[in-house]
Ligand binder design. Sequence first.
Ligand SMILES: NC(=O)c1ccc[n+]([C@@H]2O[C@H](COP(=O)([O-])OP(=O)(O)OC[C@H]3O[C@@H](n4cnc5c(N)ncnc54)[C@H](O)[C@@H]3O)[C@@H](O)[C@H]2O)c1
Length: 435
Amino acid sequence: MKIAIIGTGYQGLVTGTCFAENGHRVVCMDRDADRIALLKRGIPPIHEPGLEELIIRNMEEERLSFTPDLGDAIRDSLMIFLCVGTPADEAGNTDLSGIFEVSRHIAEAMDGYRIIVNKCTCPPGTAEQLEEIFHTHTGHPVDVVVNPDFMKEGSAVDDFLRPDRVLIGCREIRVNEIMKEMYGPFLRTGKPLLVMSPRSAEMAKYATNVMLATRISVMNQLADVCEPCGADISEVREAVGADGRIGPTFLFPGIGFGGSGLPRDLAVCERLAAEHQVPHDLLSAVRAVNEGRRARFLRQILDYYGDSICEKKIALWGASFKARTDDIRGAPALFIIDGLCQAGAAVTVYDPVAAGKLADRYGDAITIAAKYYGALEGADGLVIVTEWNEFRRPDYARMGEVMREKVIFDGRNLYTPAIMEANGFRYFSIGRKPV
Ligand SMILES: NC(=O)c1ccc[n+]([C@@H]2O[C@H](COP(=O)([O-])OP(=O)(O)OC[C@H]3O[C@@H](n4cnc5c(N)ncnc54)[C@H](O)[C@@H]3O)[C@@H](O)[C@H]2O)c1
């Protein structure tokens, strides 16, 4: 079957490539001509483990192609997957203008029946608004299906090929059979395909992210309780996560979650609750705890150096909002970099893959190091922001040799305090006594 992907960003590119990997003929469309030009040369504009090999293989097999032309993409494609951005402002108002505009253009270009699969994260009721747009702008029949995506950047290919579940929000049995056929190969291990109302499917995406955000905020607040009590949150986390009712994932304390998903989905849920005049104090608390994390961490760094911060060189390890991605949208690192720069510190950052995106954002305002020990040369302190694997077991002696002052602020609890103390570092971490 030929399918069209509209919007070839993190989600669209992974979705299109994984469907091609299963034998479908996929055309990925994006209005960003530079992005399409790169992809036509087999170069992914994003960093996602395993993606490049799949893109190249499926291009060579002529199952995967890229175009800036909407008409080309949707011609003969029974299924059209919507994968454009749906950002929200801080008050949780979702900007649906992009998905509405692209739907209008698709409707105007359609030459027959189409199944419109909305993979974008959208508030409940959006599918009905999309149906309305299609009915207004084309005489051809359409079915709109809600099919939210749960992939995680950094393991998106694996998540797509082996999902925990697939969600389908649609009332048409015939369309649901086609969706089951599409996703069947990904569900061979017996993971469920859940069919529900479009509104429930739309809400389930937000609910999942709110639940994940809540776990992180609870652990972060527990970390603050552990520290004065003389307990170590890393040990406490292991005990909590070993409980079968709780499980070990999304329990890592740190400087708060970022990215383009969790903070937005929390804000949108708060907004929906407020609009419908139902309580949302728990959601607001989860958000407030999260926003407080990065501010608290920055304050700890600034307090340590006091007025001398403007003479200091501070190194950051990591900038992406989490490991294994180059995405810096909503990354805590940006808050830390901005705060340090405003205080007058000279900031040098090393990130294994996000250097390009950092350079686009900061230009000459910061130094971007090409090597991770290089970032430490002459540094008066190291701030660990992202939990990249290569930061986990560094050569402490070498670090100490190149740094001017042996101070580490670890926002990810990568090291053991006693080992850092033995190596002569001042070491500040999360929910554990500083040494
Ligand atoms: N990034 C993720 O890990 C992830 C996970 C689950 C769900 N989602 C959802 O997927 C959707 C897309 O997110 P993303 O992270 O891929 O965003 P993104 O910004 O990386 O990609 C969106 C792409 O759409 C393109 N685009 C925008 N308007 C267009 C138009 N009119 N015509 C053609 N192309 C257009 C942009 O140029 C961009 O390349 C969002 O609703 C998001 O919530 C994302």
